[in-house]
Design a protein. Structure first.
Lengths: 286, 336
C-alpha cells in the first residue's frame, strides 16, 4: 500500500483522535496552569504551577491515591486467580458450557452503574445478602467507613473476573496436547501439569489481563460513584473519583485538570515498558 | 487438558460452577424481584423471595406519566413484543436460507415502529426520553466509529511503513489514559463552542475515546485476510477502496460485527462522559444514577425497575450475539 493511500484510509480516524484526544490533552495541560471555575470559564487566570503544588500537598489526594493502589493490589490478583480457577473448571465441562459462559458474562457486560446498583441492592439494609449474613453469621452489616471500601473491592472482583475467565478459557482451548500428554507419561499429577505446562503456556495472557486490569482499576469510577454517593464520609475516593469531585463538587477546574495530568503521568510510568515492548513487537512483525 | 474422571471430583466441579453462576447472577435475580414488589414488601425486615404480591406499578411509574387504569392490554402488548423479538433472535440462528440482513432489517423495523408508536398510544414519562437519547447516541457512535474504524484499521493492517506502528502505539497509550484527562477539556471546549449538551458532542467524544480499541481490533481482523485476495480484485481493475468495500468487508463481516458489538456496549454503558457533557439530554446510565439517593420508600423499587429496563436490551444482545462476544474476548484485543 502506498503512503498516499495509507493516509487516505487512516485520515478520518487520525483526525478525530488529534482533535478529540491530543487537543483536549493539550487543553488540560493549559487549564492546569490556570485558576478556573465554572464562573470564569471564558476568562481563566494564569497561576503557573500553583495548582500542581496544591494538588501535591493535598492530603486527600494522597489518600485517594493510596486507596487506588490498595484497590489495584487486592482486586487484580484475585480477579486473575479466581478467573483462572473457574476457566480450568469450565474446561472440564462440555454440558451447559454456553449457559455457564453467558451467565458469567452478565456482570461484565451490564452497564457498570446499573451493575453496581444491583450489587448494592443485595447488600442494602433490606438486601438478601445482608439478611443471610445476619441469620447465618449473626453479623449486622451497615454501610460505614470500613465496609464500603470492602464492598467496592468486592464489586470490583465481581465485575472484572468474567473478563479474565473468558480470556483464559479461550487460551486453554488453544493449549497444545503434546506437552500435556508428555507430562502425563512422565507421571506428573494434575497440579504439576497446571504449574509446569498450562501456566507457562498462558503467560502472555496473564500479563495482558493484569495490564488491562491495572489500567481499568486505576481509573475505576462508576462503582465508587454509586456506592459512596449517599454518604461522602465513606472515605473511599479513588484518584478518578476525587478528581471528579474536585471538578464538579468543588468547582476547581484548574486544580482538577492539574490532577488529571498528574494521574496521566502516573499511569505512563507504569505503562512505558509495555509500550516499548509493543512497539518492538509491531516493528518486527510488519 | 484431559478430563478428570473421578465422579466425585466431576460432581464437585459442577457444584463449584453452579455456585459461581449463582454468585454472578444473584444480584440480577434479586433486582428482578425487587422491581415487581410493592415498596412495603421490598422494605420488609425479612427479605421476601416468594409470597409477596407482584405488581407492575414500578415499571408504569418509571415509564408513564399517568398511572394506567388497566395494565393488562399494555403489558400483554409489551410481553408479546419481547416474545416476538426473542423468537426471531433464536430462530435466526437456525435459519440458513433467510439472509441475515433480512432478519436484522425485520428486527430494526419492528423496534423503530414500536418506538414511534408508543408515545402516540400513551403519555410516556421522562425515562422514555432518556431511553431515546441512549439509542440515538449509541447508534450514532457505532455507525461513525465502525465506518472510520474500518478504513483506518484496514490502512493500518496493510501499510508497512513505520508510521503505522507509531499510530498503533499512540492509540494504545491513549487507550490507557484516565477519562478525566479528556472529559474536563471536552466540557471546556464544548462550552466554548456551544456544543455542550448536544448529541453531536457526546457522539464524537465517544467515537474518539473508543477509536484506539476499534482500530486495534479491526486491524487484527483485517490482518487475517491474505493480501492476495484484494490483489486479485485490483488486478481485475477495481480500485483500492472499491476492492476493500466489495471484497474485504464481506469476508471480515463477522469481525466487524464483533467490534461493533463492543462499541455498542461501550457507548450504551458510558456514564462519566454523558454525566459531564449533558445537562438535559441525559442517557440511561446518568438517569439511573439519580435514583441512587432517593429518600421516599418507593425509590428502591423504581430504581430496580429502571435497572432491569436498562439491562433487558443487553441480555437480548448477549443471547443473539454470544458467539461474537466470546470470539471478541478471546481475540484478546478487547475492552475500551
Amino acid at each position: 500500500m502506498s503512503r498516499r493511500t495509507f493516509f487516505a484510509f487512516v485520515s478520518p480516524s487520525v483526525i478525530i483522535m488529534l482533535l478529540l484526544m491530543v487537543l483536549p490533552l493539550v487543553t488540560a495541560v493549559w487549564l492546569g496552569f490556570n485558576f478556573i471555575t465554572f464562573k470564569n470559564l471564558a476568562t481563566p487566570q494564569w497561576v503557573g504551577l500553583d495548582n500542581y503544588s496544591e494538588v501535591l500537598s493535598d492530603p486527600e489526594f494522597w489518600a485517594s491515591l493510596r486507596f487506588t493502589v490498595l484497590y489495584i493490589v487486592i482486586t487484580v490478583p484475585l480477579e486473575i486467580l479466581i478467573g483462572f480457577f473457574i476457566a480450568l473448571l469450565l474446561d472440564q465441562v462440555t454440558k451447559f458450557r454456553g449457559v455457564f459462559i453467558a451467565a458469567s458474562l452478565l456482570p461484565f457486560i451490564v452497564t457498570p452503574v446499573v451493575g453496581t446498583l444491583m450489587f448494592r441492592n443485595v447488600f442494602d439494609r433490606t438486601g438478601l445478602y445482608t439478611y443471610l449474613l445476619r441469620i447465618l453469621f449473626d453479623y449486622k452489616l451497615t454501610m460505614n467507613t470500613e465496609t464500603v471500601p470492602l464492598l467496592i473491592m468486592l464489586h470490583g472482583i465481581w465485575y472484572s473476573t468474567p473478563f479474565a475467565m473468558i480470556t483464559l478459557f479461550a487460551g486453554l482451548q488453544s493449549l497444545p496436547q503434546e506437552p500435556v500428554e508428555a507430562a502425563t507419561v512422565d507421571g506428573a499429577n494434575l497440579f504439576q501439569k497446571i504449574w509446569y505446562v498450562v501456566i507457562p503456556h498462558l503467560r502472555s495472557l496473564f500479563i495482558f489481563i493484569a495490564l488491562i486490569g491495572i489500567m481499568d482499576a486505576y481509573r475505576v469510577f462508576d462503582s465508587i460513584y454509586v456506592l459512596t454517593k449517599q454518604n461522602p464520609l465513606f472515605k473511599a475516593d479513588t484518584v478518578m473519583y476525587y478528581n471528579f469531585k474536585m471538578a464538579l463538587s468543588f468547582g476547581q477546574l484548574g486544580k482538577a485538570n492539574a490532577m488529571s495530568i498528574l494521574t496521566v503521568i502516573g499511569i505512563f510510568v507504569v505503562l512505558i515498558p509495555f509500550l516499548v515492548i509493543t512497539y518492538r513487537q509491531q516493528t518486527e512483525e510488519r | 487438558m484431559e478430563r478428570v474422571k473421578n465422579p466425585f471430583l466431576r460432581f464437585g466441579i459442577y457444584v463449584i460452577l453452579i455456585g459461581w453462576i449463582l454468585y454472578s447472577i444473584i444480584p440480577f435475580g434479586w433486582t428482578v424481584l425487587t422491581s415487581i414488589k410493592r415498596p412495603i414488601d421490598a422494605n420488609a425486615r425479612v427479605p421476601m423471595i416468594l409470597g409477596f404480591q407482584a405488581t407492575p406499578n414500578n415499571y408504569t411509574e418509571l415509564w408513564l406519566n399517568e398511572p394506567l387504569k388497566d395494565f393488562a392490554p399494555f403489558g400483554i402488548g409489551l410481553l408479546a413484543l419481547i416474545l416476538v423479538l426473542i423468537v426471531v433472535a433464536v430462530l435466526s440462528k437456525n435459519w440458513q436460507r433467510v439472509s441475515r440482513p433480512a432478519v436484522a432489517a425485520a428486527i430494526v423495523l419492528v423496534l423503530v415502529g414500536a418506538l414511534l408508536l408508543l408515545p402516540k398510544l400513551t403519555n410516556m414519562a421522562e425515562f422514555y426520553g432518556y431511553f431515546l437519547n441512549s439509542i440515538i447516541v449509541t447508534v450514532g457512535t457505532v455507525v461513525i466509529s465502525i465506518s472510520i474504524g474500518c478504513l483506518g484499521g484496514y490502512g493500518l493492517a496493510r501499510y508497512t511503513g513505520i508510521l503505522s506502528v507509531v499510530i498503533l502505539v499512540a492509540a494504545l497509550a491513549f487507550r490507557a489514559l484516565p477519562r478525566m484527562a479528556f472529559v474536563l477539556p471536552y466540557y471546556f471546549l464544548g462550552q466554548m463552542t456551544g456544543l455542550y449538551d448536544t448529541y453531536l458532542l457526546l457522539i464524537l467524544t465517544l467515537v474518539a475515546v473508543n477509536q484506539p480499541f476499534t482500530l486495534w481490533m479491526l486491524r487484527s481482523f483485517f490482518m487475517e485476510v491474505p493480501r492476495e485476495i484484494e490483489e486479485a480484485a485490483m488486478m481485475d481493475g477495481a480500485g483500492r477502496l472499491q476492492s476493500f468495500l466489495r471484497v474485504i468487508v464481506p469476508i471480515t463481516w463477522p469481525g466487524i460485527i464483533t467490534t461493533g458489538l463492543f462499541t455498542l456496549l461501550l457507548a450504551y454503558n458510558e456514564f462519566l462522559l454523558a454525566r459531564i457533557l449533558t445537562q438535559s439530554n441525559w442517557t440511561l446510565p446518568v438517569a439511573i444514577a439519580q435514583y441512587t439517593s432517593g429518600e421516599d420508600a418507593s425509590h428502591l423499587t423504581v430504581a430496580a425497575a429502571g435497572s432491569i429496563s436498562i439491562t433487558l436490551p443487553i441480555i437480548f444482545v448477549i443471547i443473539v450475539f454470544q458467539k461474537y462476544l466470546v470470539k471478541g474476548l478471546a481475540s484478546g484485543a478487547v475492552k475500551g
